[in-house]
Design a protein around this ligand. Sequence first.
Ligand code: HEM
Length: 463
Amino acid sequence: KNLPPGPQPWPIIGNMHQMAKNPHIAAANFAKKYGPLISLRLGTRLLVVASSPDAAMEILKTQDRYLSGRSIPDALQQSFIDYYFVWARDCNKHWKSCRTLCWAELFSAKAIEAQSTLQNEKLARMLDFLNNTQGTVVKIEELIFTTLINTLSNILFSKDFLDLKDDETAHRLKFGLLKILENSVTPNVSDFFPIVGGLDLQGLRKDSLNHLDELSSFSDAVVKERRAQITKKVHVAVHEKDFLDRLLENNFTTAQINILVLELFIAGTDTVVTAIEWAMAELLKNQNIMHKVQAELKRELSYDSIMKSDLSKLTYFNACIKETLRLHPVVPVLIPRRALKACEVMNFTIPQNAQLWVNVWAISHDPKVWEDPNTFKPERFLGSNINFTGHDYEFLPFGGGRRMCPGLPSAVKSLQTILASLILVYDWTLPNDEDPKTLDMSEKFGVTLQKEKPLQLIFSRKK
Ligand code: HEM
């Protein structure tokens, strides 16, 4: 009844078979035929996909109030039910208070400034580690992951969770976090036919719960220890209090803390790692652009000043970051939303409980929106006011509206400092003298759009 147009669904399965491996690309191709707002049937579910700046604006701004629910995948139903942040079903009072608390303690300008010493310390440790890799092949995503986890775990708990030399624990934590994300987007009969949801036929719910239990063990012990200190009335000076102290002061239960921490780890590590990996791959492939960035960094910074400098003033370097996020939008269809109430978008009806994607990938690759969209061209951002703050609907790597990424300031700071240090301090080469021009840039669809083949590099310190 006045639904957006779309391809004819097959009986029972609907359009499931047409959305198999790369659903963001399949949906972008349907948009070329049916228009910027399309309907797809996935079993009994209706999925509406927006693929133009205007359609995105109607969803994220005009109807944001009614379209800001989250559709919780069956695989996470038991693990994340009604907790708290990324997967809060609607913008309820818990979600609001959590966002306010996280803003004040983690993401405000004051909080970011307060975290810089800690962030620099973890980054310096990563660079020291790289100095000792001497000609060996490094999976850079793993090092960055460990660095980000330790930065976050210190902000939250004043404690390192990982050791750069212990790949195994890092791998276990990363695997668990990624598996939970992967389960949430794996095509699941329980989502398409909720009537059989309780059966968990593919075992995804059980698997996510097992990972959640294992990952909770990282925070569980710290929370218990801190509660014991509070019972013993151990005095902690105000300036030494961390995020965990604030959560306990706000009467969060241990289960709630475990979930919130896990949500922050999931949302805040893989996204940044993926963005840096794509930026490095593009710079390797486009040596002329790499030379321009190197020249700018060398002119404006020294090794000692990277961590103290305001990197947002580096115009070409920041244009490279924006161009990476355009060409490789890390969260390609945003985190799926749900219509809390029926409403109209582009004169079509969006029924209550329909799932919505804003296909940022399609908008970023649309030649009607971006000239020569498949080419990495940072120059397009020079002298342009387009930014990722959620108001320019042709460029939405952090989403928009009330569910926009709250971690944006922290993400940008990490992207800038880690990438600038790696560029300024090292030369990077591919193993076996592989020609960077032939680097495989295939994508792997998921909540985050990863590089299918992780970047493996040899780092040598610049003379
Ligand atoms: C390059 C890095 C990052 C990118 C591209 C990114 C992108 C996104 C996107 C697209 C969304 C969904 C927005 C929407 O639905 O409109 C989101 C949500 C979220 N992000 Fe980020 N993010 C990044 C880093 C971070 C970091 C570092 C943190 C925190 C440590 C974080 C925390 C969150 C949270 C908690 C949400 C859920 C917000 C809600 O549902 O209310 N993100 N992010």
